[in-house]
Design a protein around this ligand. Structure first.
Ligand code: ATP
Length: 710
């Protein structure tokens, strides 16, 4: 079982198979199984390699910034393998080198170099909530490659058509045109800072400025550097390096460098266990405060042991929200929660809002609203920023609320419609999506928003994540007061039987909600688990009870020209899920149903400018043949009758069978502009839906062979 001791090692879960576990429990384990596993032998190998790195001199001068070539060498090794343990090892080695050699100058130097190296590995420039993105169009990159290598744009485009990867084209172009003199070697900090400069460039001359920086960078590239530089600029490294591997590698590197030469002398089981517990701490801390800017300096300065006390949930920095598992029968809810203390809440149909409040250094109260996506939404909801202080009880100075912002018809308008109305009423989600996303002015707001709070995560300097829901809820009610048309608690009832849940579900739908959220209420399973899709929260949506249990959020990657009434718009679209391990979009279905004429016009207007000259190399479309491909920008929520194995589409391929999974009778529900394409439904979730459906249909056929299936 040593080899299976694994993500215990990394993620603190038991991965031992257990036929008696309820279905949902097994699903959660499956997700964990898909991650990296580390055992004692792997730990020993890592330790040996660390010792080699700590004692050996790196290829760059000790104490100076890490060279870009060193990073690229790691990217190249990672790209050449699909073995997750090897990938983890390469990245850990890289981080160890950075820490061991840069700290000879100072801890700040090590911290800065490690931070930039981590950002380059995850292809980001800053934490999500700061919202700085590269967003460079293909055209500008083609131009930069052409100008810096003296090749014609048309030739580059032709080659791109053949290769499907601009990184490879850049590499080949440099081989055609060797530079006459060797520019100074690129370092990771200098490349990173220039990428940030590109992202920050705005205004009339910004395109020229960006072009100038990219050309300078390309001119200084040697070996494979141009390939990865261009891919970073495109926003997709495509080397199969998932962020969770990078985080684990950071933890391992810090632990191993602090052990130094002792690492290879430590008993391998003991080493695996040190890595395991340290990684668990880093993961827990990061999900509370997902900012490498804070995590990395703290880790280097105080080590893993001091981390929990120093890095905690902080108002102003959004934590990754806890998510729920879908269910499609009330029976499934009882499978999970029977004989436990649980609660049902209305599932409001709006937009998730994490509301933070604190007093800044100038003594001013600050209110920020973050989306499910950790985006700062304060500009979309200036009214919430004004409303929130009204609901604060006495003595509340800092807090983090988890809530749903819902479109709301205020009481005076409701009374104008119905004289006997005693309260305002919930409006459908579509009303909310009519609001602009940015720079909303208070005087332009036509759709009011009311907050329904369902959780309190932080209060007056104290994180509440480890308290059970019943205690968090009590504090919520003690310290926040309902305000007509502005703020209320999510309606809840502590049901026990199927009939009670069914009645409450019907009531919620009659009031304009989507269904219920069912949550563990007391005990250790009732804590708030940031970023986790947990079996301690289940969602029960009325519409999906007879379907797959949930809708899917999918990226639009292709279009089919319309015929007949749809001649001037796209008649159908190719949708894809996103696989973060391989960084590919996998095709899942062609969709042409659920669109009004107005929808089709609007989609055409949005998607036409996103048309590509050829398919992206990271689109794994199988045998789907759309007429055009699009940049991956648009996410739609889609409903399906069921899922089937498909020889054409590639979603979740090899997870159930060599074939992919596709949607039967997919229907468009709505645009999900609160999700980025990388947050599309994952192949693992699709495989789970497929399995759950297979189990349900077996049950229907009266053969209770559920355990065999698993
Ligand atoms: P997910 O957030 O699970 O990835 P999704 O974004 O498609 O899925 P839904 O399937 O609609 O969203 O369900 C989860 C969402 O329901 C939450 O993210 C939250 O915005 C919303 N919600 C409404 N009421 C509640 C509630 N009482 N408790 C928790 N979440 C709620």
């Amino acid at each position: 079982m040593a080899k299976q001791r694994t993500l215990d090692a990394l993620f603190g879960q038991s991965s031992e198979p257990d036929a008696k576990k309820p279905r949902l429990q097994k699903e959660e384990d499956d997700e964990v199984e898909a991650d990296e596993h580390i055992d004692a032998n792997a730990a020993e190998k890592t330790a040996e390699s660390v010792v080699k790195n700590v004692v050996s001199e790196p290829s760059w001068k000790s104490g100076s910034p890490i060279q870009y070539a060193t990073l690229v060498e790691t990217f190249s090794k990672v790209e050449a393998t699909t073995k997750r343990l090897d990938i983890l090892q390469y990245v850990t080695d890289l981080f160890v080198k950075v820490i061991a050699h840069c700290r000879k100058t100072s801890m700040e130097c090590a911290s800065e170099n490690l931070l930039y190296t981590v950002y380059m590995c995850i292809n980001r420039l800053c934490p999500d909530y700061e919202g700085l993105e590269l967003g460079i169009g293909e055209g500008l990159l083609v131009k930069a490659i052409a100008q810096s290598t003296g090749r014609e744009v048309i030739r580059i485009k032709k080659e791109l058509e053949k290769q499907g990867d601009l990184g490879l084209v850049a590499l080949a172009s440099r081989k055609h045109q060797p530079t006459m003199f060797q520019a100074q070697k690129l370092t990771v900090p200098s490349v990173f800072k220039q990428l940030k400069e590109i992202a920050r460039a705005t205004g009339a001359k910004s395109q020229d400025k960006k072009l100038g920086i990219i050309k300078r960078l390309l001119a200084a590239c040697v070996g494979e550097e141009s390939k990865y530089l261009i891919r970073s600029l495109e926003g997709k490294l495509r080397i199969g390096l998932a962020e969770k591997t990078v985080l684990v590698a950071v933890a391992h590197a810090v632990i191993l460098t602090s052990l130094g030469a002792k690492a290879s002398k430590t008993d391998k089981d003991e080493l695996a266990s040190i890595l395991e517990s340290g990684t668990n701490i880093v993961k827990a801390v990061f999900s509370e405060l997902p900012s490498y800017n804070v995590l990395i300096p703290a880790l280097l300065e105080h080590g893993v042991e001091g981390l929990r006390d120093r890095v905690k949930l902080t108002p102003g920095i959004p934590l990754k929200p806890m998510l729920a598992k879908p269910t499609k029968e009330i029976g499934e809810v009882l499978d999970r929660f029977e004989n436990r203390s649980f609660t049902c809440e209305y599932k409001y149909d709006g937009e998730r809002a994490q509301i933070h409040g604190y007093i800044d250094e100038q003594g001013q109260q600050v209110i920020c609203v973050f989306s499910r996506n950790s985006e700062d939404m304060s500009k979309k909801y200036p009214d919430l920023v004004v409303q929130t202080p009204h609901c604060l009880g006495q003595g509340v100075t800092s807090f983090v609320l988890d809530a749903e912002a819902v479109a709301w018809q205020p009481l005076h308008i409701a009374q104008a419609e119905r004289a006997d109305a005693t309260d305002g009423r919930l409006l459908p989600f579509q009303e909310l999506s009519r609001r602009k996303r940015k720079d909303v002015k208070a005087e332009d707001i036509k759709v009011s928003v009311k907050i329904f709070a369902f959780d309190l995560l932080y209060l007056n300097g104290e994180p509440l994540l480890n308290q059970p829901l019943d205690e968090r809820r009590t504090k919520l009610k003690q310290h926040f007061v309902p305000v007509a048309d502005e703020f209320d608690y999510a309606i809840h009832r502590d049901c026990q039987t199927t009939e009670e849940i069914q009645t409450f579900l019907d009531e919620s739908v009659a009031s304009g909600c989507e269904g219920l959220m069912v949550k563990m209420l007391e005990g250790p399973d009732a804590t708030y688990e940031p970023s986790r899709r947990s079996i301690n929260w289940l969602k029960l949506k009325k519409d999906y009870l007879s379907g797959t249990g949930d809708s899917l959020d999918l990226t639009v990657i292709g279009g089919y020209y319309g015929k007949g009434k749809r001649t001037n718009v796209y008649g159908a679209y190719l949708l894809a899920c996103y696989d973060e391990n391989s960084e590919t979009y996998q095709s899942i279905c062609k969709i042409g149903t659920g669109f009004s004429e107005a929808d089709l016009d609007a989609h055409y207007a949005t998607l036409k400018p996103l048309e590509l000259t050829q398919k992206k190399g990271y689109y794994d479309v199988g045998d789907a043949k759309p007429d055009v491909y699009f940049e991956p920008r648009v996410v739609w929520e889609v409903l399906t009758a069921d899922l089937s194995l498909s020889p054409v589409y590639t979603a979740a391929k090899s997870m159930i069978d060599a074939r992919g999974i596709s949607l039967r009778f997919p229907r468009f529900l709505r645009i999900r502009d609160d999700k980025v394409p990388e947050q599309s439904t994952a192949p693992e979730q699709i495989a789970q839906m497929y399995r759950a459906q297979a189990v349900a249909s077996k049950k229907q056929r009266g053969r209770d062979d559920e355990d065999d299936f698993w």
